[in-house]
Design a protein around this ligand. Structure first.
Ligand code: SF4
Length: 76
């Protein structure tokens, strides 16, 4: 059964995670542990870093499981 893509919203950024694509490299949890913590039920909490820091870490995800959209500043 296909797992659903998860969406995590925070001021300035929306992060999505596709569990079917993740290869469990651990880059995200090592790079920004305050944002990515698999011990929490809501395991991605983008509000614990700046949107730019979160986006920068997501670009290092080797599988593409993590994606982000930066919000238009005028709308926040
Ligand atoms: S960096 Fe990407 S592939 Fe690696 S554990 Fe995180 S989401 Fe999965």
């Amino acid at each position: 059964m296909a797992k659903r893509i998860q969406t995590y919203e925070a001021p300035g950024i929306t992060v999505t995670f596709d569990p079917e694509v993740c290869i469990h490299s651990g880059n995200c949890v090592r790079g920004l542990p305050m944002v990515f913590d698999v011990k929490r039920k809501r395991w991605i909490q983008p509000e614990h870093a700046t949107p730019e820091e979160v986006a920068s870490q997501i670009r290092k995800c080797p599988s593409g499981a993590l994606q982000y959209t930066l919000h238009d500043k005028a709308k926040d």
